[in-house]
Design a protein around this ligand. Sequence first.
Ligand SMILES: C[S@@+](CC[C@H](N)C(=O)[O-])C[C@H]1O[C@@H](n2cnc3c(N)ncnc32)[C@H](O)[C@@H]1O
Length: 293
Amino acid sequence: MPPIPPVPAYANDGASRILSGLLEARTGQILSEGRAWRMETALRPVLRKHGLHDSDELAARVVGKGDPRLEEDVVNALLNNESSFFRDLQVFDLIHRQILPRIQAEREDRTLRIWSAGCSTGQEAYSLAIRLRNEGARWAGWRIEILASDISTAAIEQARSGAFSQMDVQRGLAIGDLIKWFEPDGENWRASAELRGMIDFRHDNLFDARAPSGEYDLLLCRNVLLYFTPVRRQAVLRLLAAHSHAQSVLLLGAGETVIGHGDDFIAHSEFRGSYARQAAMPGSAIGRVRRQG
Ligand SMILES: C[S@@+](CC[C@H](N)C(=O)[O-])C[C@H]1O[C@@H](n2cnc3c(N)ncnc32)[C@H](O)[C@@H]1O
């Protein structure tokens, strides 16, 4: 008889259930099995910071008295903030070779609005900003707005600071872009003031009414839907649709789709792997658009 696999600790253990329950209640994210196994490791800095011995004590504190600081630290520690520069390079090629030229041809008011929803530590938004700046003259006279939002206060703080480790910049950033757009900062690197100034980083929950208003030409919500329930995926797509116009383009992560999650978006007829708002949606034509919360 094959050995009986051990029962996963996260499924069985009261403390883990409480802490993953907190994560889900605050963010909608369901802890993946892989991350649940690493929960203890992820929470170690939180235990140290708050002078607690183990996750049982931590869970008891979470249940016992409302401590918003502690809860925020737990949520930040359990969120999956995995990101890298130019993640899935072909997506950035699609954006710059096909999607942006189309927006540029159609947008009469010479304003480009991009929303990176679930931006983590900012690599996606910085990658877009780098490509736009490298295209220089092509965007002369354009107003470019990049909004990047995430629920993790720690991730947004890092994104806003523009500070990246040597390991971060080695993941996806070309050496030419590193030298051109980043400055050495001790053992790390920091995005230039010009690049940082292009992006509005905001702490925001996709399920919160504070989400921005206005419409975006290009929306990226990549590797965020994966750990939501189907109902929550549909709610996020609805939110993204409410911030889109008839020509907006939506990009999701490689393992994500709109199929089966409502009818707000359909596969884009031209840009393979991207999505367009369902034509039946009431709303604006390009050029009307705008603005902002
Ligand atoms: C795996 S990262 C993806 C980062 C980036 N989009 C990429 O593809 O490289 C997922 C991000 O979604 C954020 N997130 C999870 N739930 C969220 C919510 N309810 N509202 C806003 N952001 C959320 C997490 O904090 C995390 O930074």
